[in-house]
Design a protein around this ligand. Structure first.
Ligand code: C5P
Length: 226
């Protein structure tokens, strides 16, 4: 069984999806982490620049994604990316990786490769998946689809706080600009853009706490199951 939570940058998808997965005893699939891991490795291991990230070479993607060199794991309640046996998750939330993943994720070959990983995880477990196209493209038959959103200002403030935790300071204006730019790229790409699936429930959490958001989503899940 699959539950999907899609939405724009910093709408709280990962926090909420992880809490929901814990409460339901489901596997948490943070699909953005796959895009982040792939982009970060293409830059740091394969020496890509931003222009090359727009269209990664097929042989690099094949070399990276064949076998277990690149792995997504959900361990002890934490989503992790492993590269050649080492967890690299701690390196994947920086502003640079935000940007790299948002560039390479527009490429159809990257999306195809990541889609395969997501689908195979969905066959193995009961999953809560979050991302941009999990309800519209990856898991069209998901039992319950949520589109989670919040105002740009609130999302930018969340992103700003996350960056602050990493020791990076941005003003609210800068954060709003950066978040809006990533949203724009996700919404306007031709392949699997960020869209609200027609059968998704919209949850706007601008003024909601995490607990309130989870409980609203749980109510939608229960309704979908009944
Ligand atoms: O969700 P998160 O912000 O961590 O995702 C990082 C980037 O990966 C996004 O900016 C987006 O470009 C891309 N992404 C995507 N499709 C998904 C999940 C993430 O294109 N399902």
């Amino acid at each position: 069984m699959v539950i999907t939570i899609d939405g724009p940058v910093a709408s709280g998808k990962s926090t909420i999806a992880r809490l929901l997965a814990q409460e339901l005893g489901f596997y948490y699939l943070y699909t953005g982490l796959l895009y982040r891991g792939l982009a970060a490795i293409l830059v740091t291991h394969y020496g890509y620049n931003e222009t090359q990230l727009k269209h990664p070479r097929k042989e690099d993607l094949d070399a990276l994604l064949t076998g277990n060199r690149f792995e997504y794991r959900y361990e002890d309640g934490e989503p992790q990316i492993y590269f050649e046996g080492k967890a690299i998750t701690g390196l994947l939330k920086t502003r640079e990786v935000d940007n790299w993943s948002s560039i390479s994720s527009a490429d159809p070959a990257v999306r195809h490769a990541v889609l395969e990983r997501q689908v195979s995880i969905g066959k193995l477990y009961n999953v809560v998946a979050d991302g941009r196209d999990t309800g519209s493209v990856v898991f069209p038959d998901a039992v319950c689809k949520i589109f989670l959103t919040a105002s740009l200002e609130v999302r930018a403030a969340r992103w700003q706080r996350d960056q602050e935790r990493l020791g990076k300071l941005f003003s609210l204006d800068e954060s709003m600009q950066i978040v809006a730019e990533r949203d724009e790229r996700d919404r306007t790409r031709s392949h699997s853009p960020l869209v609200q699936a027609v059968d998704a429930y919209v949850v706007d959490n601008t003024t909601l706490s995490r607990e309130e958001t989870v409980s609203i989503i749980k109510a939608h899940v229960l309704k979908a199951l009944s």
